[in-house]
Each structure stands twice: as structure tokens, then as C-alpha cells.
Design a protein around this ligand. Structure first.
Ligand code: GLN
Length: 197
């Protein structure tokens, strides 16, 4: 396959770093704000930001159900931080009534929003990551953690005893932000998932 076309959901959050990381990892990368763009991509990154705001923008831009549909049809996706929250099947501490983060259901997992954030707003550390040599620099910013995974979900990384990276089929999620470190291995892993290699 030639360079796959990977979208970055660009309603809110840190879009630019993901576009750069995907290009360095060998993908063609575009922003996704419209239905036609969502329909065109071979894979989608859901960036960090604020999952409650992103949920409501998804609804306002008429992308919520189309995105749920594409995920149900097997669209490869990678969610970082707020993106991990949205890819869950169930979200705990989802936010204030009427402004809650809405699950997209790409991974059979329960995620607690702002879980680390209640203890410490942001921190970083080097953690082992299944499938990658050595360790990955993991930057956590008001990060979630994963409290339950279904039988089809592989745990790829843990931090402070909590699950912080998972994969189910073609959907990958990290509670941390690899796009800010210059290490492109997580994005490369996702691009390889998209190309099926
Ligand atoms: N706390 C944010 C949320 O609930 C996630 C933070 C982030 O993406 N860095 O969506």
C-alpha cells in the first residue's frame, strides 16, 4: 500500500502535532472536520484536548453517529488522552450533566476521565510499551486511566499500576501524549495498523 490517508479529528485539541507526527511516520495526513473528510480517510487520530467539548462539537458538526458507524465498520483509530476517553465503550466521571463526554465505542473498555488529574495534574515518565524496544516517554496531562478491559483488548502499557495504553483490533489508545516528544514510534505503530503491515 502507498502512503495511507490518515485523518486527525480537528474540532478541538492538539491537531498540529499529530499531523506532523503522522507525516514523519509515513502517512499522508489531513484534518477532519466534515463528513466527506471522515468518509475519505483510511484511519483517524482523535487527539488530546477536552473530551466533553469534543463530544458536543462532534454532535454539532453531525459527525458523532457517522464516526460511531465507521468505528463499528472497523475504521482504524488512535486516541490520545481525550481521544482515549472518547474511544471507550464506557466513561466514568464523564462530566457535568448535559455536558458529558460521549463514548464512541471503538474499544471494549471503561475509562475514568481525569483519573490521574485528581492526584497530580501532569507528570511524565519512561514506561515499557509492548511491541516497542526499550521505553517510551509518556507525558500525562489531566490524563484518564483504563479501569476495565474486555477479553478482546490487549494491554500495551501501565503507569503507576494503571493501564494507560491498549489495543483492540485496529484501534489503539494511550492515556498519554506521544505527539509532544518527537519519538514517532507510537504513530508508526498506528500507521502500520492502518496499512495492515
Ligand atoms: N482531561 C481531558 C478530558 O477529559 C483530557 C486531557 C488531555 O487530553 N490532555 O478530555
Amino acid at each position: 500500500m502507498s502512503a495511507p490517508l490518515v485523518g486527525v479529528l480537528a474540532l478541538q485539541g492538539d491537531t498540529r502535532e499529530h499531523l506532523a507526527a503522522l507525516r514523519e511516520a509515513g502517512a499522508e495526513a489531513i484534518t477532519v472536520r466534515r463528513r466527506a473528510e471522515l468518509d475519505a480517510v483510511d484511519g483517524l487520530v482523535i487527539p488530546g484536548g477536552e473530551s466533553t467539548a469534543m463530544s458536543h462539537l462532534l454532535r454539532d458538526f453531525d459527525l458523532l453517529e457517522p464516526l460511531r458507524g465507521r468505528l463499528a465498520d472497523g475504521l482504524p483509530a488512535y486516541g490520545a488522552c481525550a481521544g482515549m476517553i472518547l474511544l471507550a465503550g464506557e466513561i466514568l466521571d464523564a462530566g457535568a450533566e448535559g455536558r458529558q463526554a460521549l463514548p464512541l465505542g471503538g474499544i471494549d473498555m471503561t475509562v475514568r476521565r481525569n483519573a490521574f488529574g485528581r492526584q497530580v495534574d501532569s507528570f511524565e515518565g519512561d514506561i515499557p510499551f509492548e511491541g516497542l524496544d526499550g521505553t517510551v516517554r509518556a507525558v500525562f496531562i489531566r490524563a484518564p486511566w483504563v479501569e476495565r478491559v474486555g477479553p478482546g483488548v490487549r494491554v500495551l502499557a501501565r503507569a503507576a499500576g494503571h493501564v494507560v495504553a491498549v489495543r483492540q483490533g485496529a484501534v489503539l489508545a494511550t492515556a498519554f501524549h506521544p505527539e509532544v516528544t518527537g519519538d514517532r514510534r507510537v504513530h508508526k505503530m498506528f500507521v502500520n495498523i492502518v496499512t495492515g503491515s
